[in-house]
Every structure is written in structure tokens, then in C-alpha cells.
Write a protein that binds this ligand. Structure first.
Ligand SMILES: Cc1cc2nc3c(=O)[nH]c(=O)nc-3n(C[C@H](O)[C@H](O)[C@H](O)COP(=O)(O)O)c2cc1C
Length: 239
């Protein structure tokens, strides 16, 4: 089993420790690839739109983005971990997600994503963990992933790992281990089922792409949809 992890911070802090507790449940059987942000995707999207209009490999940051994409596409399970910064995922996480705008369903979603499973781990002092998870979930669901489990923690006391009371650490560990054990039970030899909402989004975008294709058959996103057969009878969750 292959797991790709994107860490929204390079700090070996609370988020890091929670993510490690989760991954410990998989270490014996899994090949784990980790990315730490901002180190592994350090630059902002400049808004040049070359990825949307021409080719993602022409992005000034393609060397970073494509390395992460390759690892995500090869993975059976994706894990995203981020603290809440001012009620949202870290700026580094947002920067990385911006680079994958071209993979949103209205553009050129990767067919592999429709069968993936993902876990999002966020934590905060008092509030904002859930909205941080939503920032990440928004991208994942528009990439085509239906099976997303979000797990948000509120520390409510200390934000330094070594100072967090043992009782609180045990509570958080038990919850993470429970989620990891549930995740382990999935049959990773088969893709996850694509849900109703993902399919609805696909059919809405399909209509849009067909209209765009009538106006300009050379339009990049339309050509991609057409090439995959999605404007005809093919579906990404069946390929
Ligand atoms: C810039 C910044 C903004 C933060 N914003 C929030 C917030 O909006 N809500 C909250 O409950 N905690 C907030 N925190 C606390 C973090 O979510 C987190 O609990 C803390 O940084 C410890 O996690 P870490 O060791 O993984 O960095 C913030 C921390 C930082 C550094």
C-alpha cells in the first residue's frame, strides 16, 4: 500500500506528532512518501494561467508541482495535515493547493483521483480546525475524490506538544488510532466508490465542456475531456 502525505508546516510540532500517530498504524505495510510545505512547493501561483490554457508542465513551478502530483497519483491513500492559522489551513498548504487549480473538475481532473481515499488531519487551539479542514476538502472533492475523512482537534490548553497534558494526548491518540484502524479495513486493491455528489459535479461540468467544445474545439480543457471520452460514454470512475 502506498501513502502520500502533504504536511502544511515544516515544524515538528503538534500537527506533526498527530500525523505520526496516525501513520504509525500503517508503517509495517505501507510505503510512505511525505512532502513538507513550504519546502517542497515554495512558490506562490503567479496567476499566469498557463496550466489552464496550455500545459501544466509549462508552469514556472512545474518541477515541484509535478513531483507532488506524481506521488499523489501513485498513492492508495492521501493524508493532509495542517494546523489552523487564522481559521484556515496554512498559507503554505493554500499555495500548494492553488497550483492544483488545473486539476479541478471544470478543468482537467486526473481520472485516478476518482478512486482515491483521503484523510485530513487538522488541529487548532480553540477554533478554526474545521474550517482549515474544509479548505483542503474543497480542493480534494473538486479533484474528484469522494472518500474523504476529516479529523479536527481542539487543544484547548497548550500548543506545545511536550506541554500538552497526557490525558489530552491519550484522547487524541485514541481517536487517531480508531480512524487509522477504520481506514486500514478498506480494500485498497480496489478503487473507492465515486459518490453521488462527485458524479453530479462531473455531469454538470460535462455539459459545460460540451458547450465550450462547440464554440472552440481546440480549447485545452475540452480537448482533454474529449480525448478521455468523457464527453461521450467514458467515465473516469470506470476507467
Ligand atoms: C499564525 C498562527 C495562527 C493561528 N491561528 C489559530 C486560529 O485561528 N485558531 C486556533 O484555535 N489556533 C490558531 N493557532 C494555533 C495553531 O492552530 C496550532 O494549534 C499551534 O500552532 C500548534 O500547532 P503546531 O505545533 O503544529 O504548529 C495559530 C497559530 C499560528 C502560528
Amino acid at each position: 500500500m502506498r501513502i502520500t502525505v502533504v504536511n502544511g508546516t515544516e515544524k515538528r510540532g503538534v500537527t506533526y506528532h498527530l500525523k505520526e500517530i496516525f501513520l504509525d498504524q500503517f508503517r509495517e505495510d505501507a510505503e510512505i512518501t511525505e512532502f513538507y510545505l513550504p519546502r517542497d512547493c515554495p512558490n506562490f501561483c503567479a496567476g499566469c494561467t498557463v496550466c489552464f490554457l496550455k500545459d501544466e508542465h509549462l508552469c514556472k513551478d512545474a518541477e515541484y508541482v509535478q513531483k507532488i502530483e506524481k506521488a499523489m497519483l501513485a498513492a492508495d491513500l492521501l493524508v493532509f495535515a495542517s494546523p489552523a492559522y487564522v481559521f484556515h489551513a496554512t498559507g503554505a498548504m493554500k499555495t500548494m493547493l492553488d497550483h492544483f487549480g488545473y486539476r479541478w473538475m471544470p478543468h482537467r481532473p486526473a481520472k485516478e483521483m476518482f478512486g482515491k481515499r483521503a484523510v485530513i488531519i487538522t488541529q487548532c487551539l480553540g477554533a478554526g480546525g474545521k474550517s482549515a479542514a474544509k479548505d483542503i476538502r474543497d480542493s480534494l472533492s473538486w479533484w474528484g475524490i469522494s472518500k474523504i475523512k476529516a479529523c479536527s482537534f481542539k487543544l484547548m490548553s497548550e500548543v506545545v506538544w511536550d506541554k500538552i497534558p497526557e490525558k489530552k494526548k491519550t484522547e487524541m491518540s485514541e481517536r487517531l488510532v480508531r480512524i487509522a484502524k477504520q481506514t486500514c479495513k478498506f480494500d485498497f486493491t480496489r478503487p473507492a466508490r465515486t459518490g453521488f455528489i462527485t458524479k453530479m459535479k462531473f455531469y454538470m461540468v460535462r455539459m459545460l465542456q460540451k458547450n465550450l467544445g462547440k464554440q472552440d474545439p481546440e480549447y485545452t480543457d475540452y480537448r482533454y475531456w474529449n480525448h478521455n471520452g468523457w464527453t461521450d460514454a467514458q467515465r473516469p470512475w470506470k476507467q
